[in-house]
Design a protein around this ligand. Structure first.
Ligand SMILES: Cc1cc2nc3c(=O)[nH]c(=O)nc-3n(C[C@H](O)[C@H](O)[C@H](O)COP(=O)(O)OP(=O)(O)OC[C@H]3O[C@@H](n4cnc5c(N)ncnc54)[C@H](O)[C@@H]3O)c2cc1C
Length: 387
């Protein structure tokens, strides 16, 4: 028997350091996270603050950023870590992505030296958590329509508006909030204890239940002038961070798919139907073979994009191709694996439907599948079809 990794000789494409990082994160995931994750999902909780220092000690927070206590790994190493975290649960990878690729990246790319010194070292260590507030109740795919406003008042800024679906929102020490100003969209660092700022955890989710999602309310939030991220101007600033997070998803979603496929193969080999193992039927083998091929192709594409990113050559539409492919194939694999597990597949005793449900969010956030089709459509034809 071979694993999908062996089938595609994935290891032969990795450096020693990449394999080491992957194996370290895999061990942490199996030992520290997997034993609890079904309960967190069932209870709709995620101990973000408790886990953050442990994830920080492993160098996973702001992992691919340089300086300020960050690990400074390659993009591919970061991707492989995302894959292992998401093999446990998309919620864990989401927490790490939002902290590192969104909140810390915004500060790293667009912040002043003082802002970087103040926030990045404690965020890298997991002593402080960040969130990234871009989406609003009426503006998700089209964040340019945002209604949150920041107005100058002397040397201060005053923010009013609301944000929705914000990962880590109610556990964050600092929110990176994007708001419309007279000079276009700008980013602000809002400490969670600022008067007028409230974060309310959202409940009744059927997906990403092991993840904190919140609504942010900004009611006359007064910030000093130096709360503005000086280097991020216009919508391209938040979009630049989203491109980083999407890159993590290119790898991450395939981790969830790989976990589903491993569970389905394991189950099919021991479950007997009509007097022989389910794995010995041609229909089952066809399903497994097709899923293995899609998973392997996805992994090869992810690695290719990782190499391009490490050479500084990765273009946004290439990230879109990877995000679209990985999430679309991962959710198809998760659903197909669920059929193999029959009724057992609908329980939390197996990871498969938990992953499938999580992947509904992963398909939607960081640009929906349709938005990435539109990005690719524009790249291929030269015609924008968003409106
Ligand atoms: C669990 C979770 C966590 C999240 N975390 C964060 C976070 O930390 N920070 C943050 O800012 N946001 C976050 N989001 C929000 C996420 O980014 C948005 O949900 C996403 O951008 C889609 O926006 P929407 O939900 O408003 O859908 P809409 O934009 O209303 O889209 C609805 C449907 O219309 C389609 N559509 C949109 N435009 C077009 C078009 N031009 N042509 C054809 N079809 C179109 C979409 O693809 C989708 O199918 C999170 C979401 C979830 C579910």
């Amino acid at each position: 028997m071979v694993t999908v990794d062996e089938l595609f000789a994935i290891d032969s494409l990795l450096t020693d350091t990449e394999r080491q990082i992957r194996d370290t994160v895999r061990r942490f995931g199996e030992q520290r996270l997997r034993p609890h994750v079904a309960d967190w999902f069932e209870q709709g909780t995620f101990p973000a603050r408790e886990l953050a220092p442990e994830l920080g000690a492993l160098g996973l927070l702001g992992m691919h950023l340089d300086g300020y206590g960050c690990a400074g790994t390659s993009a591919t190493e970061y991707g492989l870590a995302c894959m292992e975290l998401e093999a446990v649960d998309s919620g864990v990878r989401s927490m790490v992505s939002v902290q590192g690729s969104l909140a810390m990246t915004a500060i790293h790319k667009y912040g002043s030296e003082e802002q970087k010194q103040q926030w990045l070292p404690q965020m890298a260590a997991g002593r402080a958590l960040g969130c990234f507030g871009l989406t609003e109740p009426d503006f998700g795919s089209n964040p340019g329509g945002m209604r949150t406003r920041a107005v100058r008042d002397g040397s201060d800024w005053v923010l009013n508006g609301s944000k929705m679906w914000i990962t880590n929102g109610s556990v964050a020490d600092v929110a990176v909030v994007w708001a419309r100003t007279e000079e276009g969209v700008r980013g602000f660092l809002v400490p969670a204890d600022t008067p007028g700022f409230t974060a309310r955890e959202m409940h009744r989710k059927l997906s990403l239940r092991a993840s904190v999602t919140a609504e942010l309310d900004l009611d006359g939030v007064r910030l000093p002038g130096d709360a503005l991220l000086p280097e991020g101007k216009g919508l391209s600033a938040p979009l630049g961070c989203l491109s980083e997070a999407r890159f993590g998803i290119v790898f991450g979603a395939l981790g969830a798919a790989a976990d589903c496929l491993a569970a389905a193969i394991d189950y099919a080999r021991t479950r007997e139907v009509f007097d022989k193992p389910l794995a010995a039927y041609q229909l089952t083998q066809a399903k497994l073979a097709d899923m293995a091929v899609e998973l392997g192709k996805g992994q090869l594409l992810a690695l290719h994009l990782g190499r391009l990113k490490d050479r500084g050559e990765l273009r946004p539409e290439q990230v879109s191709a990877g995000k679209l492919n990985s999430t679309r194939e991962a959710i198809a694999i998760a659903r197909q694996c669920r059929t193999i597990l029959g009724a057992n597949g609908i329980t939390l005793d197996y990871p498969v439907l938990r992953h499938a449900n999580n992947l509904e969010s992963v398909l939607t956030y960081e640009g929906t599948a349709e938005v990435h089709q539109l990005v690719l459509g524009e790249a291929l034809t030269g015609s924008k079809a968003f409106r």
